[in-house]
Design a protein around this ligand. Structure first.
Ligand code: SF4
Ligand code: SF4
Length: 204
């Protein structure tokens, strides 16, 4: 989420130079915390101006007396945040586990990039599978679209061709979520600031 085109130092939470350049490279290649793969929503903070963010194109939802950005984020274009200078506070501060581990030297940037590409490949496969029967109409976070597809009733006797794709979708979704939990999501962020995907919907 620290991905950005026109990085202005004054816009950022102060980072050391190496940390900033690493986050720029990784985030520009990633976008998983903006594009609806990792999160359903991002909670706004007291200093965020909700009306201004709506005017910039973000979609907000109010729940539990809080405002939340809905994902996929409309400001995420071509791997970049198009409202970088005005992005919400949580976007400025969030760092996934991969980014943290690269910054502390636990893993190399190449290892993190490979992990990101792996998740992106799996997410793209699930996206295709989840849209198989919807004509491209389903919106929202990837996991929700997958759940919707899996919840749809079908008769395996009359449509045996749907059995294998559904099994593949269910298996792929479980594997993707396990990867996100193990390698990307940060528990504190998940519980306090971002609503991560879970099988029990947190947006209703
Ligand atoms: S998931 Fe991590 S690497 Fe990817 S954009 Fe978000 S913070 Fe950057
Ligand atoms: S405003 Fe949207 S695109 Fe920009 S960092 Fe936040 S979630 Fe990502």
């Amino acid at each position: 989420m620290n991905s950005e085109p026109q990085t202005s130092f004054s816009d950022r939470i102060p980072f050391e130079p190496t940390r900033s350049s690493v986050s720029e490279r990784l985030c520009n290649a990633c976008g998983l915390c903006c594009n609806g793969v990792m999160f359903h929503t991002v909670r706004l903070q007291p200093n965020d101006a909700a009306p201004a963010l709506v005017a910039l194109g973000l979609k907000l939802k109010r729940k539990r007396r809080q405002d939340w950005i809905l994902q996929p984020c409309p400001a995420h274009h071509d791997g970049q945040c198009s409202i970088y200078a005005q992005r919400p506070e949580r976007c400025r501060r969030f760092e996934c586990r991969q980014l943290q581990q690269v910054e502390t030297g636990e893993i190399t940037e190449e290892v993190a990039l490979e992990k990101i590409r792996d998740v992106q490949r799996r997410a793209a496969q699930l996206d295709t599978l989840s849209r198989r029967d919807d004509g491209g109409l389903r919106k929202g976070p990837l996991s929700k679209r997958c759940e919707t597809a899996l919840a749809e009733w079908f008769d395996a006797t009359t449509h045996p061709e749907l059995v294998a794709p559904r099994e593949e979708l269910a298996r792929g979704l479980a594997e993707l979520e396990a990867m996100l939990d193990e390698h990307f999501r940060v528990p504190r962020e998940r519980s306090e600031n971002h609503d991560a995907f879970s099988n029990h919907s947190n947006e209703n």
